[in-house]
Design a protein around this ligand. Structure first.
Ligand SMILES: O=C(O)CCC(=O)C(=O)O
Length: 283
C-alpha cells in the first residue's frame, strides 16, 4: 500500500479507496444490506413511514451478525485495514445501515462514534459503502484530523433545536468529569463557511470511504436531485485498539448496556487491548 495513503489516514482520519469492491462483492454487500433492513435489530429507528419517504438506521444488529461475519471474511477489507494501519491483525466489530429514500432526510448530525462506543487507540476504521453514486453535495463529511482532537460528548440525536444536546452529561452539572460538548459545526459554518477543514468525496459504487470512528463526521443528506441512499458501514479494529469506557455506561445502547458484545465489553478493564475470542479475525 502507498505510504502516502497510510499517512493521510493517520493525519486526516479519512481516505477514499476507489474501486476497492468488485461488482460481485458489492452485490453481496447489497444483499446483506437488504436482509438487514428486512430483519431489524432492537436499535432500528424508522421514520416517515407511509409518506412516500423512508429512513431506516440500525446499528449492531445481533440478528444480522452471523451473516455479516461470513460476508466480511470474504471481502478484501480486513487486509486493507491492516495495511492501512500498519497492523499485524484486524478484527471485524459490527455494522450500521443507513437508508434514506424519497428525497427527504435531514443531515446525519455531526458526531464521533467513540462517544457511543468504548474505543481508544489508533487502529479503528469504518468502511462506508454506498450502493448509489453519491454526489459531493450529498456526501458524508469529515472534519480533517478531528480523530486526533478531543473526544466530545455525543449528541442524543433527539433535540431538533440542539444538534449538540449532550448524551452523557451536562458539563455545567457534571463539571470536570464530563466530556466537552461538541461544537455546533453547522451553525459555525453558516457564520463562516471556512470555519472547518472539511473532507468529502463523491463516490461511485465499489468505492469505499474509510474513516476513523473518532473523527467528527456527519452529513450525507438526500434531496430532490439525489433522493435515495443505501449505505452499509462495517467497523474494524486492529492491534492498537483498547477499551476506553464511556462516562455513563447506561446511555449509549451500544457498549456495556448494549445487545452485542455486552458481556465481552464488561470483562475489559480501561486501557486493556480490545480483544475477545468472539470477534471475527479478518487479517
Ligand atoms: O451515512 C451516514 O449518514 C452516517 C455515517 C456514519 O455516521 C458512520 O459511518 O459512522
Amino acid at each position: 500500500m502507498d505510504e502516502a495513503l497510510r499517512r493521510a489516514y493517520r493525519e486526516d482520519g479519512a481516505v477514499m479507496i476507489r474501486g476497492l469492491l468488485s461488482p460481485a462483492q458489492l452485490a453481496q454487500c447489497r444483499a446483506a444490506f437488504d436482509w438487514a433492513i428486512e430483519n431489524p435489530g432492537p436499535h432500528a429507528s424508522k421514520m416517515y413511514a407511509n409518506t412516500g419517504q423512508r429512513s431506516h438506521v440500525d446499528n449492531c444488529n445481533p440478528i444480522a451478525k452471523p451473516k455479516l461475519d461470513d460476508l466480511v471474511a470474504s471481502l478484501p477489507l480486513g487486509r486493507t485495514f491492516a495495511d492501512l494501519w500498519g497492523a499485524e491483525h484486524a478484527w471485524y466489530f459490527a455494522e450500521e445501515v443507513f437508508l434514506k429514500e424519497g428525497g427527504v432526510g435531514a443531515r446525519t448530525l455531526w458526531h464521533q462514534d467513540t462517544s457511543y462506543l468504548p474505543w481508544g487507540g489508533q487502529h479503528w476504521g469504518n468502511a462506508w459503502i454506498s450502493f448509489e453514486a453519491v454526489p459531493k453535495a450529498n456526501a458524508l463529511e469529515i472534519l480533517r484530523g478531528s480523530h486526533r482532537g478531543p473526544r466530545y460528548d455525543g449528541t442524543t440525536f433527539m433535540d431538533p433545536d440542539d444538534p449538540t444536546d449532550p448524551l452523557h452529561a451536562d458539563p455545567q452539572q457534571a463539571g470536570a468529569a464530563a466530556w466537552p460538548r461538541m461544537p455546533d459545526v453547522e451553525a459555525e459554518r453558516r457564520a463562516n463557511p471556512a470555519a472547518f477543514d472539511v473532507l468529502s468525496w463523491a463516490t461511485e459504487p465499489g468505492d469505499v470511504l474509510i474513516l476513523h470512528p473518532a473523527s467528527l463526521h456527519g452529513g450525507a443528506p438526500v434531496d430532490a436531485a439525489f433522493p435515495n441512499r443505501h449505505t452499509l458501514v462495517l467497523r474494524f479494529f486492529g492491534d492498537d485498539a483498547t477499551f476506553s469506557p464511556l462516562p455513563d455506561e447506561s446511555r449509549s445502547g451500544y457498549a456495556r448496556d448494549g445487545v452485542l458484545f455486552k458481556n465481552e465489553m464488561s470483562a475489559l478493564e480501561p486501557g486493556a487491548p480490545f480483544r475477545a475470542p468472539v470477534f471475527r479475525q479478518v487479517a
